[in-house]
Design a protein around this ligand. Sequence first.
Ligand SMILES: C[S@@+](CC[C@H](N)C(=O)[O-])C[C@H]1O[C@@H](n2cnc3c(N)ncnc32)[C@H](O)[C@@H]1O
Length: 335
Amino acid sequence: MSPTLLTRPELINLHPSPGDVCAAVAQGLARQPRQLPPWLLYDQEGSRLFEAICRQPEYHVTRLEKDLLQRHGSHVGHCCAGRNGAAPLTVVEFGAGGAHKVTPLLHALQPVAYVALDISATHVHRACIGLQTLHPQVSMVAVCCDYGQLPALPDHPLLAGQRLGFFPGSSLGNCSRAGAVALLHHMATLLGPGSLLLIGMDQPQDIAAMEAAYDDAAGVSARFARNLLVRLNRELGANFQPRHFAYQARWDASEQRIEMALVSQREQVVSIPPLETVVPWASGETLVTEHSHKWGAEEVQAIAQEAGWHGVGRWCDGQDRFSLHLMEHGSLSPC
Ligand SMILES: C[S@@+](CC[C@H](N)C(=O)[O-])C[C@H]1O[C@@H](n2cnc3c(N)ncnc32)[C@H](O)[C@@H]1O
């Protein structure tokens, strides 16, 4: 029996607790170099700023991926239908944000349901409400959560049936290689047996272009990173002085990644009351806010295979700058 159509997307809010935020900050500041998990970048203002980054001329990722999805969405749909038959399908997007990329898939696949997972509750809920007007036949649920820590998809009637995971935005590259294998394993568990997964990945390319993508001339990426400190001041009562931290985005060739960091511009001391300590910063000391690994298409397939996913379709732009990978868990035959 198919579940009743939801006419207004509901929000299931499983945001990490203030204690979880505190623990993540304590752990991250104990690392050398200091490094916080990227999900902390996305409070409401962080999500707004990320959308602004996507509109910057230097940020090729969004434009290339949207273009690939427009051009190949129906082929992706054909491959999925070939494997899934007529079974009702649910699309589960990991890190959906403003949900600006999924429309070609919803058109091609005609799923019964769309589930948007994101750490930023209001942002993802609003995105689903907007998307619902374009796709009135698709039931939608927004789930605010850290998808990396989610033990299972919420028990919801819409989540029955076959699932296609959708993980765009090159977000897999935020993980180390071992972290990416672990996350893809976790996604397989969340999505269930026989699931499909479509991943969008930015590829290694001209270094200046990659660095500019993460450090735009208008300074939006820098504001996005500094907003992390504003968030910690608001939520933890910390006293970071964002203007005393400079933003940098640098290509690290040995690690195949852009490293984004805030660099202390002076010796300073920051108090974070719930941690019951003050944190000293040397001049030039960094706080890594995010990594963006750039793996070529073969490397992405190798990482996915270690997690039990096998490529069934792959699409690249003409200049090999961005790739879409359709995977099936446990299967070997291409579509
Ligand atoms: C790089 S943005 C990509 C947004 C959108 N999917 C796109 O392709 O433009 C990453 C998105 O994932 C969300 N996010 C980051 N880490 C997350 C986590 N651990 N759990 C859930 N959502 C996360 C952020 O809120 C943000 O919307």
